[in-house]
Design a protein around this ligand. Sequence first.
Ligand code: GTP
Ligand code: MG
Length: 327
Amino acid sequence: MAKRRCNKEGCYAPDDFCLELAGPLHEQCQFFEKAGAAEAPAKTAKRSAAATSIPWTGEWLRPDQLAILAHRGTPKIIGLIGSSGAGKTTYLAMLYSLLFNGKRIENWDFAGSYTLNGWELQAKTLQVQEDGTVRNPDATPSDKDFYSLYHLALRNDGFLHDILFADSSGEVFSKWADNVNDPAAENARWIYENAQAFLLFVDCEAIIEQLGSANLDMVQLAGQLKKGLGNRSVVIAWSKADLADKMPKNIVEALRQNLAETFPGAVSLKISNYSKSDSDQLCHINNIGVAKTVLNQLANPHPLHITPAAIQTDDFFFLYRGSHGYK
Ligand SMILES: Nc1nc2c(ncn2[C@@H]2O[C@H](COP(=O)(O)OP(=O)(O)OP(=O)(O)O)[C@@H](O)[C@H]2O)c(=O)[nH]1
Ligand SMILES: [Mg+2]
């Protein structure tokens, strides 16, 4: 029997995402059913739909569900690491909101997602409510077996890449930083072992509120991340940078130096989810810039650890400048 295909233009289900339902549920799609009717009796199609049982909610993926991506090669995992409340989940919510609102990651075109519901759920928390407030994401559960892998299929240079952003609880990563063998940090260990690149979040607000102790926590986390890092890349995101001016300069300088020595050549970007204008540097440009930097480093798995030439700036961060093509 000929292989069934969808008759919706541009849809290559079952070899690729079902365009209509934005996921692997092509058997339930009206266009796929119609396509199948031409080649197979309707009863066969119904039976095969019933037999397909995918433990998949569209919210987020767990490691044991990654088989649904296996037919296209090995997905690449980006681990988000930072202390509790550092803004990791909000970063993902903002990244999706920006993409949904038409911003582009230069040279990386959105081609679908198996976790659209998960992205949507987080992005909704950033929408302004009727009373003018923003809800913000809930703290990510700190159970040792809680996983939330957010999927993006992205086309770069004609190739399709399955990218998974591995979000986790900062509390768990702090336990892991204290003791990598902590039985309560199983998910942190999995992310550390399986990620090909990392986003390390430095919480500006924590530095303002906790001063030296936030610095020490960060140094400990960075030190643990470095130990078995190999040639995997790290991008440093100074989150909640709308508050950056309030950070004590001596603490920031000490931490910045420590991170520069721990991760030579790593790109540092200040990000914020609170925008002042439509093309806000911290919110619109740098959030996308963080994603673009880490994706480009993933596409080039042996990044050259060359310290960039000195940039004339009154800010000690290397602000992201690659916004060409940014819309
Ligand atoms: N000032 C400021 N606050 C922010 C910003 N982004 C997030 N926040 C605040 O930080 C809080 C924590 O953010 P989350 O994204 O939940 O932090 P997280 O790192 O995922 O935390 P865990 O899940 O507990 O590890 C939010 O509820 C917001 O109140 C920002 O850009 N600026
Ligand atoms: Mg979180």
